[in-house]
Design a protein around this ligand. Structure first.
Ligand code: HEM
Length: 397
């Protein structure tokens, strides 16, 4: 692939801020997306196992609906958080993202519908299980399969986008143009690694779950102990599987001895020791976040190197500074997002830490944060729409 083709595919308007900032935001937000993808797949997968034991095992009777609920919420979060890396990737790697979406156009449509059907079926599974313990198994399995399939399609877009040297062959195999949109590429080891991470993630989740609920009187110490040791077993086995997949992937692409790859391996070993010991799962989660960021950086490094070797460096993308847009974005992200998320997290924490039913309206901090979020949201909408309208009218009138 000639660099001039890649450069011609860039947005002629340039990028509104320094590319390195978009790159860092991409790494950060993809790690967040992945965290909830893995939590959704892990909790849902384990809940399916739970539906088979739920009727005769009191621990699974309690745990399964909680796993289903966690998976249900995680899907909505993963969808929202998927949008952010999508935006950043299309700003700095637009040639890659749009070529992949064109070559795999049919799969893009299928992705959307697969995700919609999977999520609707998830609710069906949730209600069927609520109505009848152990209910909705088949629906749950189909929903799970569709979610994994959605991930497989995401993987196809990611892999196709980093194969610029092959694009011409995919577009016109043997010189005959194929505009069907059915291009499909996968890298089994990379995919196995990504999906395998759902196992340690659900293991660490269970350790946190047990720790968090240990202060609640309505959860017996036996149940708390059971979920903690289940989390430890799943976490340890999962980390070993993921570590093996990671090494295989790094060997395949010859990055095993790269400092970043070595840092990930060290991180996974530390995680393994921490999960096995389970002295404080909240700290383990902190280390998991660091490892997730490193993995996200690894994905970016692979893409960056492939593109740099072809003469396309995101750092040379023409910059057309648009300070107001960036300020608006950062304020939205940090102020609206920060306060809103702090409100939700504080409320969730207090619900779990209080005995009996928690009434948020009687809690000073929750009420304050809720009011701030609403106030900021209103101000944000006025500025966002007011600004947008004034620019629109200034341009067309
Ligand atoms: C159940 C649904 C989903 C699953 C299981 C899933 C899973 C994944 C996986 C496994 C990857 C990594 C692929 C790889 O590097 O090989 C990925 C990447 C990504 N996903 Fe998702 N995803 C889902 C939904 C979404 C949605 C709804 C969006 C956007 C709104 C999204 C946006 C992205 C983006 C932007 C990337 C990075 C692509 C790239 O770097 O080229 N995902 N996803």
């Amino acid at each position: 692939m000639d660099a001039s083709v890649l450069l011609a595919l860039r947005d002629p308007a340039g990028v509104p801020f320094y590319p390195v900032v978009f790159q860092a935001l991409y790494v950060l937000t993809w790690a967040l997306h992945a965290a909830f993808v893995l939590l959704a797949l892990g909790t849902m997968g384990l809940s399916l196992f739970g539906t088979f034991s739920q009727k005769h095992d009191s621990h699974w009777k309690r745990l399964t609906p909680h796993l289903i609920q966690t998976g249900k919420i995680s899907i909505s979060i993963l969808i929202v958080l998927g949008v952010a890396p999508l935006l950043f990737t299309q700003v700095i790697y637009d040639p890659n993202w749009y070529v992949a979406n064109t070559l795999s156009g049919m799969w893009v449509f299928i992705f959307i519908y697969a995700l919609i059907v999977a999520y609707i079926m998830y609710y069906w599974y949730y209600y069927a299980n609520k109505k009848d313990e152990g209910g909705g198994k088949l629906i749950g399995i189909i929903s799970f399969a569709l979610l994994v399939f959605s991930g497989l399609l995401m993987h196809n877009f990611a892999v196709t986008s980093i194969m610029p040297n092959e694009w011409m062959n995919m577009y016109a195999p043997n010189g005959v143009v194929d505009n069907s949109g059915w291009t499909f590429n996968m890298d089994l080891i990379r995919l196995a690694f990504m999906v395998s991470l759902a196992i340690p993630v659900v293991g660490i989740f269970l350790q946190n779950y047990s720790r968090f609920l240990s202060t609640k009187e309505d959860f017996s110490p036996k149940f708390i102990e059971y979920t903690a040791s289940l989390g430890t077993k799943i976490g340890v086995i999962g980390l070993i599987i993921s570590a093996l997949c990671f090494v295989a992937w790094m060997l395949q692409i010859e990055y095993l001895l790269h400092p970043l790859s070595l840092a990930i391996i060290v991180g996974v070993v530390i995680l393994l020791l921490m999960v096995a010991k389970n002295s404080n799962s909240y700290i383990t989660t902190g280390v998991l976040v660091v490892v997730a960021l490193l993995i996200s950086a690894m994905r970016e490094l692979i893409r960056f190197d492939i593109m740099a070797n072809l003469g396309y460096s995101i750092y040379e993308y023409p910059v057309n500074l648009e300070i107001p847009t960036i300020i608006m974005f950062l304020l939205t992200f940090l102020v609206l997002g920060g306060v809103g998320v702090a409100w939700l997290l504080t409320m969730a924490w207090k619900v779990g830490k209080n005995q009996g039913v928690f009434d948020g309206s009687k809690d000073i901090i929750v009420t304050k944060l809720g009011n701030y979020t609403l106030g900021i949201m209103v101000i944000w909408m006025v500025i966002y729409f007011g600004w947008g309208m004034s620019i629109l009218f200034a341009n067309i009138l």
